[in-house]
Design a protein around this ligand. Structure first.
Ligand SMILES: O=c1ccn([C@H]2C[C@H](O)[C@@H](CO)O2)c(=O)[nH]1
Ligand SMILES: [Zn+2]
Length: 135
């Protein structure tokens, strides 16, 4: 199987773990780490709505907590027929761990076609760790 399709299949499986009783919009993520491991993520909502966290960030947090900080790609999957693209907060968080902006971001478009881009294309001119080092 094509590597993007394989990673997306993990993201699609991860949707089943989503805790999304409020939006009923289940999202799964699969984060390919530089060591070849794949960390799953899913959205985790909360009765206090703003406390909810997206699938992309649960995957990042779990990977970091597991000692992995270098990532190659992330695949994200939502309900069939709906194009998913990481929200602004997730773009910022993903960008923190992709100094060169080359982290690959994979998802299906509304027609189900697999599309890949980079975090640098999704968040050009990102504010990053370098800015704080210069202060
Ligand atoms: O890329 C996305 C977009 C949305 N969501 C979640 C947040 C919320 O729980 C629900 C509806 O926005 O979907 C994600 O996890 N990732
Ligand atoms: Zn998000």
């Amino acid at each position: 199987m094509d590597p993007d399709a394989a990673l997306l299949a993990v993201a699609e499986a991860a949707r089943a773990d989503a805790y999304a009783p409020y939006s009923r919009f289940q999202v799964g993520a699969a984060l390919l780490c530089e060591d070849g491991t794949v960390q799953r993520g899913c959205n985790v909502e909360n009765a206090s709505y703003p406390a909810g966290i997206c699938a992309e960030r649960t995957a990042i947090a779990a990977a970091i907590a597991g000692g992995r900080r270098r990532f190659r790609a992330i695949a994200v999957a939502g309900p069939d027929g709906i194009a998913i693209t990481p929200c602004g907060i997730c773009r910022q968080v993903l960008s923190e761990f992709s100094a060169d902006g080359r982290l690959r971001v994979i998802a299906r478009d509304a027609d189900g076609v697999i599309r890949a881009t980079t975090i640098g294309a999704l968040l050009p001119g990102a504010f990053g760790p370098d800015a704080l080092r210069q202060a």
